[in-house]
Design a protein around this ligand. Structure first.
Ligand SMILES: CCCCCCCC/C=C\CCCCCCCC(=O)N[C@@H](CC(N)=O)C(=O)O
Ligand code: ZN
Ligand code: ZN
Length: 437
């Protein structure tokens, strides 16, 4: 499986090796980015001062990008950024790398170091955004310093309101590109990782590339992409789990029940319901005349927004309760992940090169929402993957406390993007199966 190298690639790959000075620069750039508190609070409510500062900051840390003639930079929706890196071969369909510059709020309580300090401790850079998602855009500058001219055009879109819907950033970028007639070969965004320790009986880390994403507005067993994930993992388990995962037609109810036991895997088998905000009462001795609860549902790919809404109403059955849908989004379609799927195969190929110890790459479902959902008008190939090892405790730090990334993981991520961009210069010629003539 994989992609065939082209002459171009074999002739001039730029090795993903960096000097000590470059490594320090990339590390300091991330720390600086963490120190700018680009917090999104609610849809339309952001720290605009910080977002503007971030716009200036990228000029400072990406000097080569901003003076390169074949790169166009545009500010979209006031604070989002779109880079167009013009390739030399117009016959190759462009692709897009996505990331976001905004972060969720981080009150100081519980943090070992202040969340916007970007402090380095014991080989880790701490701070809000170190995993979600300011860790994703250093490689381009380094490639350009080495005089790299890509063959395949690509876009880099940095949204400024991903954490609160993407309506002002990603959605506008998506509309702008559509108006320009752009169609993309694929998109790579955040949304999954190299997972280590998420399945108790599976000791080997594996890369999960999410090919779909849950909707938002929860319940029910269903199959959807999770079955493919487990089928592809089946032979990594020892007896009897391997037999169970190889025969999901029979053992699915059992597997579902087992997955329900952990909150993270539970999120994969059902629509989840979380009461995230509650407001009632004004004084201890006054009965509240009104109470308001905001419930965040994450919809399993086997359900729809309407089904979940009906279910919630059927459970409440109380005329005094009014329902207001603040925002809703259907689960995303499954992107192709076969041998012909360029984006998926490029991710596989680059994982094999940067993480040779990882032997398993499986398609999965993203349990969170990403900006990539706003780009279905431009491509059917949407892949969510951060080339970073993630353990359950790291998972809890995303939108939680003590979010951090090891310096080594960050360097590997930069290398991944550096190689990925070069690998993407291949033509779309997946290697044939051996049995094909
Ligand atoms: C059988 C395999 C077990 C796999 C376990 C799943 C482990 C999940 C791993 C990673 C998921 C982390 C996703 C991070 C992306 C974060 C994106 C985000 O913050 N989205 C926000 C945006 C928003 N406000 O809509 C969200 O709340 O979803
Ligand atoms: Zn994110
Ligand atoms: Zn987030």
């Amino acid at each position: 499986k994989g992609l065939r190298d082209t002459e171009h690639q074999r002739a001039s790959p730029i090795p993903s090796q960096f000097s000590q000075e470059e490594r320090v620069t990339m590390k300091e750039s991330l720390k600086g980015a963490i120190q700018i508190p680009t917090v999104s609070f609610n849809p339309g409510e952001f720290n605009t001062t910080a977002l503007a500062e971030f716009g200036e900051y990228i000029h400072k840390v990406f000097p080569t990008v901003f003076r390169t003639s074949f790169i166009q930079h545009e500010v979209v929706g006031e604070y989002s950024h779109l880079f167009t890196v013009q390739g030399s071969d117009p016959s190759l369909q462009p692709y897009m790398l996505l990331a976001h510059i905004d972060v969720v709020p981080a009150p100081d309580q519980g943090w070992e170091v202040p969340p916007f300090s970007g402090l380095e401790r014991d080989g880790f850079i701490y701070g809000r955004g170190t995993l979600d998602n300011k860790n994703s855009v250093m490689a381009l500058e380094l490639l350009l310093i080495r005089n790299y001219i890509p063959r395949r055009t690509f876009f880099i879109a940095l949204g400024h309101d991903e954490e609160v819907s993407g309506a002002h950033g990603a959605q506008k970028i998506s509309a702008l590109l559509q108006a320009r007639g752009v169609q993309l070969a694929f998109i790579v965004d955040e949304g999954s990782f190299i997972l280590d320790g998420f399945i108790p009986s599976l000791k080997t880390p594996f890369a999960m590339v999410s090919v779909s994403e849950k909707g938002s507005l929860d319940l029910m067993f269903g199959s959807g992409p999770l079955k493919m994930t487990l089928q592809q993992l089946a032979n990594e388990f020892s007896f009897p789990a391997n037999v169970i995962f190889n025969n999901l037609w029979l053992f699915w109810p059992l597997v579902s029940r087992l997955m329900e036991r952990e909150d993270i895997t539970n999120a994969l088998v059902r629509t989840t319901t979380a009461v995230t905000m509650f407001k009632a009462g004004i004084k201890v001795n006054v009965i509240p005349p009104v109470a308001q609860a905001t419930v965040n549902f994450r919809i399993h790919p086997a359900q729809t927004v309407q089904e979940v809404l009906k279910l919630a109403k059927d459970i409440v059955v109380d005329d005094r309760v009014q329902f207001h849908v603040l925002e809703s989004f259907e689960p995303l379609p499954v992107s192709p992940f076969d041998d012909q799927a360029l984006g998926y195969q490029l991710i596989r190929q680059t994982i094999q090169s940067i993480f040779p110890e990882i032997n398993i790459v499986v398609p999965g479902t993203c349990i969170a929402q990403t900006d990539s959902r706003l780009y279905t008008n431009l491509t059917t190939g949407i892949y969510r993957f951060n080339p970073v090892y993630l353990q359950p405790q790291d998972f809890r730090s995303i939108h939680g406390i003590n979010e951090r990334i090891s310096v080594q993981a960050y360097e590997s991520q930069v290398k991944f993007i550096f190689e990925f961009i070069q690998n993407a210069d291949t033509e779309q010629r997946p290697v044939s199966h051996l049995h094909e003539l």
